[in-house]
Design a binder for this molecule. Structure first.
Ligand SMILES: C[S@@+](CC[C@H](N)C(=O)[O-])C[C@H]1O[C@@H](n2cnc3c(N)ncnc32)[C@H](O)[C@@H]1O
Length: 208
């Protein structure tokens, strides 16, 4: 609690009216990677309490839209359609598609984290599963050339997850924004340029 209160990002988040200090991670990643542009259609997985969605809605104006998904409740935010549910649930997939203009997205964001158990292999497996859910969402919803920004955790299984991302996107990089605590094993995979469907199939065939 003391660390939280002393944290300069927490103080700045309060001053700027952001709902979470996590908003600064997205701001820093976006400044470096130039991911978000006006008019974009964005899906934000694991969105509550809503810092990433707030920032994405600001940066996609005018003409953009943000569809936010979380198992937990999130307060309404201007320019954001919130769908409460599990990102694995087909009913949620259908609701997200319906909320998007033309049923397609330009960018998928995922800051999803599991409830940590403290048992390292369990936590690692759950984290890698959430990253793969985000990848599957991106492959289902993105138009060719679209991007994915997804939280990952260093540990066993991450290399295999990254290989799958590399099979689907032209460029994949791992970034640790300054706002991400140095003692946390979290990082973010920045995936750019979703390959068109037949290209993805060929890449997978070759590695099979
Ligand atoms: C670190 S928080 C996200 C913070 C958010 N980016 C922000 O800026 O406010 C992680 C969120 O992932 C959500 N989450 C975890 N697993 C999920 C799942 N399977 N489907 C939807 N949301 C999930 C949690 O409920 C939690 O709210």
């Amino acid at each position: 609690m003391r660390r939280h209160l002393r944290d300069p990002y927490v103080k700045q988040a309060v001053r700027r009216g952001y709902r979470s200090r996590a908003a600064f991670k997205l701001a820093e990643l976006d400044e470096r990677e130039r991911l978000i542009r006006p008019g974009m259609r964005i899906v934000d997985l694991g969105a509550a309490p809503g810092g990433w969605s707030q920032l994405a809605a600001q940066k996609t104006r005018p003409g953009g839209c943000v569809v936010a998904v979380d198992v937990q409740f999130m307060e309404a935010t201007a320019g954001v359609t919130f769908i409460r549910g599990d990102a694995r649930d087909p009913a949620v997939h259908a609701a997200v598609e319906k909320a998007l203009r033309d049923g397609r997205a330009d960018l998928v964001l995922s800051d999803m984290s599991p409830n940590l158990t403290g048992v390292r292999p369990v936590d690692e497996a759950r984290s890698q599963e959430l990253a793969l859910i985000a990848l599957a969402t991106a492959r289902r919803l993105l138009q060719p050339g679209g991007g994915l920004l997804v939280k990952v955790f260093h540990g066993s299984g991450l290399d295999a997850v990254i290989r799958q991302m590399q099979g689907a996107f032209a460029q994949v990089g791992i970034r640790k924004p300054p706002a991400s605590r140095s003692d946390s094993r979290e990082a973010y995979a920045v995936c750019k340029g979703l390959l068109v469907e037949d290209r993805i199939d060929r890449v997978f065939d070759r590695s099979a």
